[in-house]
Design a protein around this ligand. Structure first.
Ligand code: G1P
Length: 302
């Protein structure tokens, strides 16, 4: 059985919603507490067994390449100062068995095009796609992509991560429809990119996690521009569905849309409340603001 060893991270977007913060740095390098967004996604992939990380970058994304490179000066300096813990944190960004590949997407033609750009690194094997904007957290349980890898192993078909949203939000997402197979799993009979609520097949939205069979690559080569005048991954998945069964999986966990300011702020609060060093002080601060943390978080307070 083919295992999923390659993860693609499309990170060529301009990040206009976070200007001016993203004028000179990639939005994926914005920190949630103390770690850049992209690293949450790469750690999720590595923990699920992936060892080839393919970053599809744009022209202004060199900070991402640097982040996944060896930092000789910094590492030497930390070694000299005997800051072993910090050194371990820096070196853990890319574990020894993991390879990083960087591919330039020279034109911003959409998510489908970004995935197609990764073709030379994907080969003829199933692969995962993770959109770092979607920070997905499953406290104490399996990560979203790990849950999807498990489904892939069982079904041997493409798996799309989904969650239930308010139908009025359908214009922000790819939306799917199809019969339910079990508690969290359904078959995709229909998938549409950013439909109006009236045209949406259901209230089940695609979030930024995909496991795709390699057949998607040939389809992407002839996929025409769709919603937003971009080459949409959703349209290629709709085409793939005609020849292969595709599954939608309502993952267990919480998703923070870090492509929006409010989602980014929520992620910071939630991650801070789980943070070994910060949780207690941060909890106290929230209490001072008269924000009462929920019961399960209260135990983090002093
Ligand atoms: C992309 C996909 C969309 C998906 C969304 C999840 O849209 O095209 O199908 O629902 O990610 O975050 P974007 O948010 O990049 O416009």
């Amino acid at each position: 059985m083919t295992s999923i060893t390659t993860a693609v991270f499309p990170v060529a977007g301009l990040g206009t919603r976070f200007l001016p913060a993203t004028k000179a740095i990639a939005k994926e390098m914005l920190a949630v507490v103390d770690k850049p967004l992209i690293q949450y996604a790469s750690e999720e992939a590595v923990a699920a067994g992936m060892d080839t990380l393919v970053f599809v970058v744009g022209r202004t994304k060199n900070a991402i390449i640097d982040h996944y490179d060896k930092a000789y000066e910094l590492e030497t300096e930390l070694e000299l100062r005997k800051k072993d813990e910090m050194l371990a944190v820096v070196q853990a960004v890319v574990p020894a068995h993991v390879h990083c590949v960087f591919i330039r997407q020279s034109e911003a033609l959409g998510l489908g095009h970004a995935v197609l750009c990764a073709e030379p690194a994907i080969g003829n094997k199933p692969f995962a796609v993770l959109l770092p904007d979607d920070l997905i957290y499953n406290k104490g349980g399996k990560s979203c992509i790990q849950q999807m890898v498990d489904v892939y192993k069982e079904k041997q078909g493409s798996v799309i991560g989904t969650q239930i949203v308010d139908r009025s939000e359908s214009h922000k997402y790819g939306m799917v429809g199809g019969p339910k197979l079990s508690d969290r799993l359904s078959r995709i009979d229909e998938i549409v990119e950013k439909p109006s609520p009236a045209d949406s097949p259901s209230d089940q939205a695609v979030v930024g996690r995909y496991i795709l069979t390699p057949a998607i690559i040939e389809i992407l080569k002839s996929t025409q521009r769709g919603a937003g005048n971009e080459i949409q991954l959703t349209d290629a998945i709709a085409e793939l569905r005609k020849s292969e069964e595709i599954y939608a999986y309502n993952f267990e966990g919480s998703r923070y849309d870090c492509g929006s300011k409010i989602g980014y702020l929520q992620a910071n609060v939630e991650i801070a409340l789980q943070h070994d060093e910060l949780a207690s002080d941060f909890c106290d601060y929230l209490k001072k603001l008269n924000i009462e943390p929920s019961k399960d978080r209260l135990k983090l307070c002093k």
